[in-house]
Design a protein around this ligand. Structure first.
Ligand code: FPP
Length: 253
């Protein structure tokens, strides 16, 4: 991973780029990447972790504030048992092999999603990675694991409803901010940009509430092929977008 001077150099090289404060990534196509090479799907996931390391490095280089990656959805439980346990193993290995480097690079790591169905040892590992990196002030990396946007909203509604039932909150005082604060992304800016790889054009239950005004970029590459050059192309595309948030173009205001 790069050092601070490299970051400044890179930013200075491309002052024309608008850097999103928060990027969400739906890392799709590991299985297809493997199939195209005659390899088992698990090899695709291993290559997917390599691509994840690459994008973390790119985000550090370009000074992105928040990166949220979708690594296991609440719907992925329907996959073959072996594949599920392999992905769980990959999360463990990713933490074990990369925690020290992430920490050294001032990255704060958070795992968002339900802890239900996760083994105690995995829960402990998640708590450890979050606690170790909690003090870091650089890139905020959220790994969405056992995550589903609808489940997250339902959980937020339950929390808010129990505050109302306890008399601590009036229904008329519930605002968009109240809901935002009850989500797992509380305190983070909403994603400016959502990237999905492998040519699919769906949200698949990722950051549903938070993506209301996100720019969407769909790329053809499968996730393991998504490298620094792909990331730069996406940033160029994003920089050319006119973000109006329901208003009019800047020159018409
Ligand atoms: C997407 O490809 C892969 C996933 C949703 C799960 C695995 C994610 C990774 C290996 C990246 C990093 C993971 C961790 C745990 C840090 P797919 O299997 O849906 O591919 P396909 O659509 O081509 O079958």
């Amino acid at each position: 991973m790069s050092s601070e001077p490299a970051t400044q150099q890179r930013a200075a090289l491309r002052p024309d780029l608008r850097i999103p404060a928060h990027i969400g990534v739906i890392m799709d196509g590991n299985g297809r990447w493997a199939k195209a090479r005659g390899k088992p799907r698990t090899e695709g996931h291993v290559a997917g972790v390599r691509a994840l390391r690459g994008i973390v490095e790119s985000c550090i280089n370009y000074g992105v504030g928040y990166l949220t990656v979708f690594s296991f959805s609440s719907e992925n439980w329907t996959r073959p048992k072996d594949e599920i346990s392999f992905i769980f193993q990959l999360l463990r290995r990713f933490v074990a092999s990369d925690l020290e480097k992430l920490h050294r690079n001032n990255v704060r790591v958070k795992i968002i999603g339900s802890r239900d169905g996760l083994e105690d040892s995995l829960r402990r590992l998640i708590a450890e990675v979050e606690a170790t990196t909690a003090v870091n002030t650089g890139l905020k990396l959220q790994v969405a694991f056992n995550y589903g946007g609808k489940a997250e909203i339902a959980e937020a509604v339950r929390r808010i409803a129990s505050q109302v039932a306890a008399g601590r909150l009036k229904p008329e005082d519930i605002t968009e901010e109240t809901i935002g604060r009850a989500l797992s992304t509380a305190g983070m800016p909403d994603p400016d940009l959502i990237i999905r790889t492998s040519g699919e054009q769906r949200f698949s239950n990722f950051l549903l509430w938070q993506s209301a005004y996100a720019e969407l970029v769909f790329v053809e590459e499968n996730w393991p092929d998504f490298d620094a050059a792909s990331f730069l192309r996406v940033l160029e595309d994003y920089s050319s977008r006119d973000r109006r948030y329901g208003g009019v173009e800047a020159q018409q205001r």
